[in-house]
Design a protein around this ligand. Structure first.
Ligand SMILES: Cc1cc2nc3c(=O)[nH]c(=O)nc-3n(C[C@H](O)[C@H](O)[C@H](O)COP(=O)(O)OP(=O)(O)OC[C@H]3O[C@@H](n4cnc5c(N)ncnc54)[C@H](O)[C@@H]3O)c2cc1C
Length: 390
């Protein structure tokens, strides 16, 4: 496999780099490096304006097909875009749930009317989304959801509670997995669910922030108490929501994370600089762990390239299945390394960005499928092992 960048890819990289350098100046200069994990509440209005700036210049949704308003970029070029975004220290995206999860789902499973209604505002950065899957008794075991929706005239009426709903406090819309008919029995729990698009700004939706370790509250509890959405806002078939929900999860765990090792590279560079400043760079054990972190990044980069080489047709090859487990475990370890380099006082007085890295990366091995669930996926789908007993 040829891993070298073609002249065309290099000139594309230059185009992205120039756009970001020109844009992250003036009114947007203060956004560099802000709004990432653990810092989500920072500079909301400015980051919203940034979303619209990206949209106006055609730099949102770059992997969506051209016919749906995207740039139709290959996986390889999407990664170039993400790498350059990380290199420029572009701000944490507010529109990533619409762009990375809901949009691709509507493109794959939605009706033509749904595509017309919901895709343009995501492209333009004018509507934000959140994901309403998890509930107090349904996380890894998502089929256990209890939120229900029933028909009342031309509407669905929703009752139930979601939890860990990232960015619900800002979202205009939520994609909600709800039960629209009872499961026939426990073994058929995946039947009878529907995938509903629900407006957040209405009576009957209450968002309660949950304060996290970082002191920030990136996620929330969301209570639906008679919230309504028009009958046509079901993606896929009524009762066929499980398949649609799994499609969204595949997007969440897939290509969107292929370029993130450059964000991690920035963090490792900051840890190495801190080690030099504090003198801990001379400690042989820490030196070894810093080198190991560098190796981990290289493995991630090479696995991303291998995935790209196997996945140009659009679908990701089987080796992509290890991506989430690897990056999440790596990143949690990177946070621990940062604290060990900075010393015992780090949590109280250390560099705020590295403190956030340590605290927020505890969540990486949980969301978008915990490490244990990822191992099940690798075993069952990647290696063809027997399914775990249920
Ligand atoms: C920062 C963050 C943001 C999130 N954002 C969202 C969001 O926007 N929308 C949303 O819907 N959800 C969101 N989540 C929820 C996330 O998807 C769930 O936390 C995750 O699916 C795990 O579910 P749970 O918390 O209920 O844990 P549980 O499923 O109860 O798991 C508890 C423990 O048991 C283990 N376990 C469970 N089942 C198995 C099994 N079959 N085999 C082996 N081990 C198992 C798990 O690995 C875990 O260690 C977010 C979570 C976090 C941390």
């Amino acid at each position: 496999m040829d891993l070298r960048e073609s002249a065309d890819d290099r000139s594309f990289r230059d185009e992205v780099r120039t756009f970001l350098e020109d844009s992250l100046a003036g009114e947007f200069a203060a956004l560099r490096g802000r709004g990432g994990p653990g810092d989500e509440r920072a500079l909301f209005e400015e980051r919203l304006a940034w979303e619209r700036h990206l949209g106006a210049h055609g730099w949102t949704c770059v992997g969506w097909p051209k016919e749906h308003g995207g740039r139709g970029l290959s996986l390889r070029r999407q990664v170039v875009f993400l790498e350059e975004y990380a290199r420029a220290r572009g701000p944490g995206r507010l529109g990533h749930i619409g762009e990375g999860l809901l949009g691709p789902t509507v493109i794959a499973f939605g009706s033509p009317q749904q595509r017309l209604r919901f895709l343009p505002p995501i492209l333009a950065g004018t509507e934000l989304w959140c994901q309403g899957y998890s509930e107090p008794d349904a996380g890894s075991d998502l089929a256990n959801i209890a939120t229900r929706a029933s028909r009342d005239g031309d509407d669905w009426v929703i009752h139930g509670q979601k939890v860990w709903t990232s960015l619900a406090h800002w979202a205009d819309w939520c994609f909600v997995l709800a039960r629209t008919s009872p499961a026939p029995d426990r073994s058929a729990r995946h039947a009878g669910m529907s995938y509903l698009l629900v407006p957040m700004r209405q009576d009957g939706v209450e968002v309660r922030p949950i304060v996290q370790l970082t002191g920030d509250s990136e996620f929330n509890e969301v209570f639906f108490d008679g919230a309504r959405t028009p009958a046509e806002n079901v993606v896929g078939d009524v009762g066929g929501g499980w398949g649609v929900a799994m499609g969204t999860l595949a997007f969440e765990r897939g290509a969107s994370t292929l370029g993130q090792q450059l964000n991690f590279r920035n963090e490792l560079d900051a840890i190495v600089a801190a080690a030099r400043r504090s003198g801990t760079a001379g400690d042989p054990v820490l030196r070894q762990r810093l080198a190991q972190a560098h190796i981990g990044l290289e493995i991630m980069r090479l696995n991303a390239l291998r995935t790209l080489a196997g996945g140009e047709a659009g679908a990701l090859p089987p080796e992509a299945l290890i991506g989430k487990l690897f990056w999440a475990t790596f990143h949690r370890g990177l946070g621990e390394l940062a604290m060990d380099v900075l010393g015992a006082h780090a949590l109280a007085t250390g560099d705020p960005a590295l403190r956030r890295l340590f605290l927020f990366s505890r969540a990486d091995t949980i969301y978008a499928g915990s490490n244990e669930i990822q191992r099940n996926i690798i075993g069952e789908r990647g290696l063809g092992l027997p399914k775990e007993p249920r």
